[in-house]
Unconditional design. Structure first.
Length: 161
């Protein structure tokens, strides 16, 4: 049994494992971009070969990396109200994860907000500081409540019923 066959596809035929791999590689590419100042194309090229080898969702990976780099200023502006410091003062891994998740919250409405938050938390647990995932969770809970208010309220209502 292959790894793909062990993990069912979500609605719409989306391979959740391939998406998770794409998000992990995107975080690494965004981290490299933040730290080195390389171009978006260089960041993508540096990690694209890993995508093919691991059967990750290359299109999703590229959408995230190119999108975050292109939209950095607006993503940082969207994050500011939920941070206790300036965006540039946030740990680089946490900053990359927050930008990536905010990009998904704003531009990837096909992905449920809870999935975006959970994936960001898991990535930060793997790559970030010891308690970084707690910080990211708190920021993204607030950001989702603002950026996807209708979806969040519907989920809260479902849980109450």
């Amino acid at each position: 049994m292959t790894e793909k066959s062990q993990h069912p596809r979500a609605k719409g035929g989306i391979d959740r494992v391939a998406r998770a791999r794409a998000r992990r590689r995107a975080l690494q590419a965004l981290y490299a971009w933040q730290m080195s100042g390389c171009t978006a194309r260089e960041a993508v090229a540096q990690f694209a070969h890993e995508q093919a080898r691991e059967q990750a969702d290359l299109a999703y990976f590229e959408d995230i990396v190119f999108g975050v780099i292109r939209e950095q200023a607006s993503l940082d502006k969207a994050l500011r109200p939920f941070l206790d410091r300036e965006v540039d003062e946030v740990d680089p891994i946490e900053r990359a994860a927050l930008r990536q998740a905010t990009y998904e919250l704003v531009h990837r409405l096909d992905v449920p907000y809870a999935v975006v938050i959970n994936e960001a938390i898991e990535i930060v647990k793997k790559f970030g500081t010891e308690h970084g995932h707690t910080f990211v969770n708190g920021v993204l809970d607030q950001a989702a409540a603002s950026l996807r208010a209708v979806e969040v309220q519907a989920a809260i209502s479902r849980h109450r019923d």
